[in-house]
Design a protein around this ligand. Structure first.
Ligand code: ADP
Ligand code: MG
Length: 338
């Protein structure tokens, strides 16, 4: 009798746990165009339609809040406020705070106060053009972190003609949000790819995830190498992502050097940053691209939380010391420089 009660009890427990965690092994993948890029959410356990929708909705929401170009976004309202105090969504406020922090950390190689300059060039939009040196200088002079006044309680005010752009960090924040939402739903293993802004959550069974590093000289999805990683973000910034050609056929890309006002030109085709915080990885990949190889490598070696891989225009690859044993070159038209 006693045995039977125990058996029934165990069976109930088993059924209960199956009910509670019925989607433990459910995997799902969804690809959508959102935040002006192709986003893929590949969830390997605990997936559900509800979770997928929640995550995609969150991406839409972040885009609507943080886009520089979308009329009525938080960023648009702040930029249009003409010195008046604006209240923004707590997420926007948080990302602006982080942007300022990373700007200070990178000696302004990353600079969220260059909104006017970004709009002037319009790279990645239909109105992209080569501005005159005077226009560039005028726009460049409006930047300055001191012109972004954070007042607490999600309120801020801009001074002078400064305009804010958090486009170089918003996708990183969005990736961190994907991880937060997925973890809350019990997900242990997933890959999120927000237009080259990758986050691998957990591992692939007992193995690390293999993240391909895009060949910056190829139009197709060719990888030059692979990084084996777990539980981290892998973010790439490069001159091949968004660009336009002027009448003389010269190419201009979308990562601007805040100190010159022109696209950063220092021999790099791309920089990949590996860091467990994707907001930080996104800010640093942009910043390090602007810094260039020498300064960027020194910066990353001095930054404990992050590692990086640099690809030069002459196909040389430089890997920071903490990343070397995790990187495998697969395309021998490139060479690793020790
Ligand atoms: P992507 O968004 O293509 O992945 P990035 O993360 O490098 O690339 O962000 C580039 C975007 O950030 C530009 O389109 C522009 O809006 C903005 N931006 C360009 N240069 C800088 C800079 N030096 N600091 C901060 N933001 C920048
Ligand atoms: Mg970035």
């Amino acid at each position: 009798m006693k045995k039977r009660i125990v058996a029934v009890f165990l069976l109930c427990l088993l059924l209960m746990s199956a009910c509670v965690d019925s989607n433990a092994t459910v995997s799902m993948k969804e690809v959508q165009f959102v935040m002006s890029t192709v986003v893929s959410l590949d969830i390997r356990d605990h997936a559900s339609e509800e979770l997928m929708n929640k995550m995609m909705d969150r991406l839409e929401e972040i885009d609507v809040l943080m886009s520089l170009q979308k009329k009525g976004s938080d960023i648009d309202r702040v930029n249009e406020a003409k010195g008046e105090i604006t209240e923004v969504n707590p997420s926007t406020y948080h990302v602006i705070e982080k942007a300022i922090e990373y700007s200070e950390l990178t000696d302004r190689a990353f600079d969220p106060s260059i909104g006017l300059l970004v709009n002037l060039w319009g790279i990645g939009t239909e109105t992209a053009r080569l501005p005159s040196p005077e226009e560039i200088e005028t726009a460049r002079m409006t930047s300055g972190l001191e012109n972004i006044e954070l007042l607490g309680n999600n309120q801020l005010r801009l001074h002078g003609d400064t305009q804010v752009d958090i486009g170089a960090i918003a996708k990183g924040f969005a990736a961190d949000e994907m991880v937060r939402i997925a973890k809350e739903a019990g997900v242990k293993s997933a890959i999120f790819n927000l237009g080259g802004n990758v986050y691998v959550l957990g591992s692939k069974g007992t193995s690390p995830f293999r993240v391909g590093i895009q060949n910056p000289f190829s139009d197709r999805d060719d990888y030059l190498g692979i990084i084996d990683v777990k539980d981290t973000s892998v973010v790439t910034s490069g001159n091949y992502e968004r660009f336009f050609f002027d009448d003389a056929g010269k190419r201009y890309h979308h990562i601007l050097d805040p100190k010159t006002g022109y696209p950063a030109e220092n021999g790099l085709a791309g920089v990949t940053v590996v860091c467990s915080n994707s907001t930080m990885a996104d800010a640093l990949s942009t910043a390090i691209y602007v810094m260039g190889l020498e300064k960027g490598l020194a910066f990353i070696e001095a930054t404990e939380e992050a590692e990086a891989l640099f690809v030069t225009n002459t196909r040389d690859i430089h890997v920071s010391s903490g990343l070397r044993s995790f990187f495998t070159l697969v395309d021998d038209t490139f060479r690793i420089v020790e």
